[in-house]
Design a protein around this ligand. Structure first.
Ligand code: FAD
Length: 403
């Protein structure tokens, strides 16, 4: 049941205030309700915007198991597709890596907006309360036992929720990060590369994730649905997303992906263009008193290895278990270990994402061109190792499909 919007300043209390209704916040909300814990989710976006926002698509077997364990995987099983092959295209030729059969298992391809829609439906069916169009501003008294969150609802109406715990699942630019104490460390790294992300109204052009390593820069192909495909182009940083026409973008994708040799790409209208600087960070620790961070609020990963949404779901499950232990049995062991436990997963995912970035790109030349000849040599060697070394293939499979 959705809580009605307050017509005047609202003051309310609950056990856990969850900031943000992305994968982290909604998995957490569902699991808390499942454990009999009262919570409320505050979400800045409107309900329709939340269900339209296309981002991730590749969910690991571990994420699928978490969703199954908690009765949240019905849409994934009904509409998601299994996907276990990468195709690497280089000037020296192409090769396929069937990582899904090597140990890690295949991904489920299921658009993030569909997952969020499912999670929201389950949350409301379980009696969950959510306030859309409600922006959290500040977390107060996080170092005490009764933290509160001030927010503004639709039309700017002020509100304050008091709780026992606050879960910051509100992403990179949310309120939780802004309210961390000065001693909190933010480890930041820039991979030095920008991607133009595209959503094309076109069926996938190959039955694999396509990674094309070209002297003009990286190009990527990732299935989303039978009608929509995501493409990426390594992009000169500082150039706007609309600098090129659709025709020029398709021609460049053809060139970098070797369409002349390997087969044409299915073209279609470009529904969405977005620029992604491949930067990343990690917040340490993930706990400040009664405030806990999860998902992108805890760590941002470059999309090169498709880890962010998967980490968000994993952290939400860990946090839900720890909060349930604390609130139902007074056992705070899980909360005390939450930050260290999640940081181990986060750093491993960051390490693999960094490795993927070095595999897919040459470090850019000062003029922004594809990369130096030395870097190109290193990259050729990395690809050759991946093509020929079974040990490296097993390592890749385990990390690519795991978190
Ligand atoms: C192009 C692209 C492709 C990607 N592909 C993949 C992939 O294939 N696999 C994968 O695992 N990951 C992928 N990711 C990463 C993934 O989308 C994110 O890691 C994931 O969305 C994180 O979930 P979250 O719940 O932590 O944050 P979000 O999904 O960002 O949700 C946070 C929510 O908080 C709300 N919010 C923000 N501020 C406030 C506030 N002050 N008050 C209230 N609400 C607030 C936001 O509106 C939002 O709904 C991709 C990302 C991009 C950009």
């Amino acid at each position: 049941m959705t809580e009605s919007h307050p017509s005047h300043a609202l003051r309310a209390s609950t056990d856990v205030v969850v900031l943000g209704a992305g994968p982290a916040g909604l998995v957490l909300g569902n699991l808390l309700l499942g454990a009999g814990i009262d919570c409320v989710v505050l979400e800045r976006a409107s309900r329709s915007r939340l269900r339209d926002r296309a981002r991730a698509g590749f969910l690991t077997p571990g994420t699928a198991r978490i969703l199954e364990r908690h009765g949240l995987a019905d849409g994934l099983h009904r509409h998601g597709r299994r996907h276990g092959t990468c195709e690497f295209r280089t000037p020296e030729g192409r090769f396929r890596l069937d990582y899904g059969t090597l140990g890690g298992g295949p991904h489920h391809v299921y658009p993030q907006q569909n997952l969020v829609t499912d999670l929201l439906r389950h949350y409301l069916d379980r009696g969950g309360r959510i306030h859309f169009d409600t922006e959290a501003h500040t977390v107060h008294d996080a170092d005490g036992t009764r933290p509160s969150v001030t927010a503004s609802g639709p039309d700017g109406r002020p509100a304050r929720w008091t709780a026992r715990y606050v879960a910051g699942c509100d992403g990179r630019y949310g309120a939780a990060r802004r309210c961390l104490p000065p001693g909190t460390v933010r480890h930041h790294h820039d991979h030095g590369v920008t991607w133009l992300g595209l959503l094309a109204q076109a069926p996938p052009s190959l039955d694999a994730v396509g990674y094309a390593l070209h002297e003009r820069g990286f190009a990527g192909h990732m299935a989303r649905t039978a009608e929509v495909t995501r493409y990426y182009l390594q992009w000169r940083r500082g150039t706007t997303a609309d600098a090129w026409s659709d025709q020029r973008i398709w021609d460049e994708l053809d060139l970098r992906m070797g369409a002349a040799e390997h087969g044409p790409l299915h073209r279609g209208a470009l529904l969405e263009r977005g620029l992604f600087d491949l930067t990343c960070d990690v917040i340490e620790p993930l706990r400040h008193g009664s405030l806990f961070l999860a998902g992108d609020a805890a760590a941002l990963l470059a999309p090169a290895a498709a880890k962010g949404a998967n980490l968000a779901v994993l952290e939400a499950e860990i946090l839900a278990g720890a909060l349930a232990d604390a609130l139902t049995r007074g056992d705070t062991t899980g909360l005390d270990g939450y930050s260290d436990r999640c940081l181990a997963h986060i750093w491993r995912a960051q390490e693999f994402t960094g490795w993927m970035c070095r595999l897919l790109h040459c470090a850019p030349e000062p003029d922004g061109a594809g990369g130096s000849s030395f870097q190109a040599g290193l990259r050729r060697s990395r690809i050759a190792s991946l093509r020929t070394s079974r040990v490296l293939q097993d390592w890749f499979a385990e990390n690519y499909a795991g978190v």
